[in-house]
Design a protein around this ligand. Structure first.
Ligand code: SF4
Length: 497
């Protein structure tokens, strides 16, 4: 029998006072934002009365899940302000929610903004706003100020909730507005959210990161760790449960350090347990987990709660302890492998995914072979593999032993080949098995097929039997008939859930 670590689960009443304690300057600010939203809405209503046309918007999002959820907040605020999603004309307002973890993500954004220059000449009153991680870097703000005069509004990650106020200033003073705050934003509750899905939801549980991995720009642009109050998270998930949401994903740059900055003693394992106990949401996921902070308690909570998906995204980044040290990851290859062993033993059948950087400064062929050996030993279900991208302002950008591009590319291809063959073998082991699939909708490439995901996050496609029944948002049983590297194909067995 396994030794079960005891977890003290606080009573929900323990948190009843914390919302009030959590009222801070940001909270007072949000009240103000509602007034700005009302004023912009009045202006947009007047426009509609005059032109019989609503003002339209488009949010172009780049980057991670955190940004996807921020984009839902931007859309939520835009709706409150009376804007509607753009259909097929030139929108009145475009917001770029940017990412800066890799150079090509930044280049894409510049390309998009540049391409709008002529459009803006034809439609002068169009507003272009840029926000997100890119704009938290001074050199980016300067570049936009000088070279992209078509951009009207620039704001950062810490003042996203002040979007209505900044937009108001931009509209009513007819000036370009740049407002970047480099102090850590407070945790602000009550920002309107327009969710992309009726059955899946992101729930941010913390903001920022304290880890300063030597290649990563995130701690510089998202600030230090700030955890949301337990009562606020629970209130949100209970609402989502009532609304019939089937899957939530708890988000944070490192969810495993949730609560370290708060005094109520609730860590991530306890939070997860509380969420399981206070909702009946069938699928609960989380990301991302830093291996150095993955606790035994968390493994126990996962093992003991079937509604927590049997999937763990555990970025290894490199298999070489020497490189891990240079990356400031604070674990060794051996520690990582020990952790994986523990997780697999305690949660049999768990699907593991990871992130790997190839060509980190100083990476030798020997170091790279260590990465390959970890991939072979762990047998990840999937891996997000990246060639190291130099980010100005991070320690690794100053390392002298940068790896030539062609060497990094050649290693990247070898890694991909190995991982793809493992993913395919694992997927083939599903053939003949029945799996539960949360149906996400019709396949984008074939409207005769549905697409969905297993709790291990595998994509499953299966035939649409009855055109009169929409299975989107249901958890159904599918028998797997064949497997590919990135997806499984099957036949619907049962759609009762
Ligand atoms: S844990 Fe490391 S890689 Fe992840 S966001 Fe923080 S600094 Fe970046």
């Amino acid at each position: 029998m396994h030794d079960r670590t005891m977890i003290r689960v606080p009573d929900l009443d323990d948190f009843s006072g914390s919302a009030e304690e959590n009222i801070n300057a940001g909270q007072i600010d949000i009240e103000k934002q509602h007034l700005y939203m009302e004023q912009i809405r009045d202006r947009n209503d007047m426009y509609f009365a005059e032109k019989n046309r609503k003002r339209t918007y488009e949010v172009r999002n780049f980057g991670c899940q955190m940004n996807e959820h921020d984009a839902e907040k931007l859309r939520g605020m835009l709706h409150e302000m009376g804007y509607v999603p753009n259909q097929d004309e030139v929108p009145d307002l475009i917001v770029f929610n940017t990412c800066c973890v890799r150079e090509n993500a930044e280049e894409k954004v510049y390309g998009h903004i540049g391409a709008l220059k002529s459009l803006k000449r034809d439609k002068e009153d169009m507003i272009i706003a840029v926000c997100g991680c890119m704009t938290e870097q001074e050199h980016v703000v300067q570049e936009i100020r000088k070279k992209y005069e078509n951009v009207d509004l620039v704001f950062g990650t810490h003042n996203l909730h002040r979007f209505p106020e900044l937009l108001h200033k931009c509209i009513f003073t007819n000036t370009r507005v740049f407002e970047i705050s480099n102090t850590d934003g407070e945790v602000v509750e009550g920002v309107p959210v327009l969710r992309d899905s009726d059955f899946k939801a992101w729930v941010t549980i913390m903001y920022g990161c304290n880890n300063f991995c030597s290649y990563c720009i995130v701690p510089y642009v998202r600030g230090r760790e700030r955890s949301r109050a337990v009562c606020d998270i629970l209130a949100e998930v209970v609402e989502l449960d009532k609304a019939g949401i089937k899957e939530i994903t708890l988000l944070g740059q490192n969810v495993n350090s949730y609560g370290h900055d708060r005094r109520d003693g609730v860590d991530f394992a306890t939070l997860l347990k509380l969420i399981c106990d206070s909702t009946s949401i069938p699928r609960i996921r989380f990301m991302t987990s830093h291996p150095k902070d993955l606790s035994d308690e968390l493994i126990e909570v996962m093992a003991n709660n079937e509604r927590i998906c049997r999937h763990l995204h555990l970025p290894v980044q490199s298999g070489s302890t020497r490189i891990l040290e240079k990356m400031n990851r604070k674990y060794t290859k051996e520690k990582y492998l020990e952790l994986v062993k523990k997780v697999k033993e305690r949660i049999p059948g768990i699907a593991l995914s990871t992130d790997i950087i190839v060509g980190f400064p100083g990476e030798t062929e020997e170091d790279f072979n260590e990465t390959l050996s970890v991939v072979e030993e762990v047998r990840f279900d999937s891996a997000f593999t990246f060639i190291y991208s130099k980010r100005t302002g991070t320690p690794a950008a100053r390392f002298e032993d940068q790896i030539p591009e062609e060497v990094a590319k050649e290693r990247f291809n070898r890694l991909l080949e190995l991982q793809n063959s493992i993913s395919r073998e694992i997927n083939e082991s599903y053939v003949g098995r029945n799996v539960e699939v949360l149906v996400e909708g019709l396949s984008r490439t074939n409207d005769k097929k549905y697409t969905g995901r297993t709790e291990g996050n595998k994509v499953v496609n299966f035939d649409r039997m009855d055109e009169n029944i929409d299975l989107s948002g249901r958890i159904v049983t599918v028998r797997i008939d064949s497997a590919q590297t990135w997806s499984l194909n099957g036949t619907l067995v049962n759609s009762k859930n």
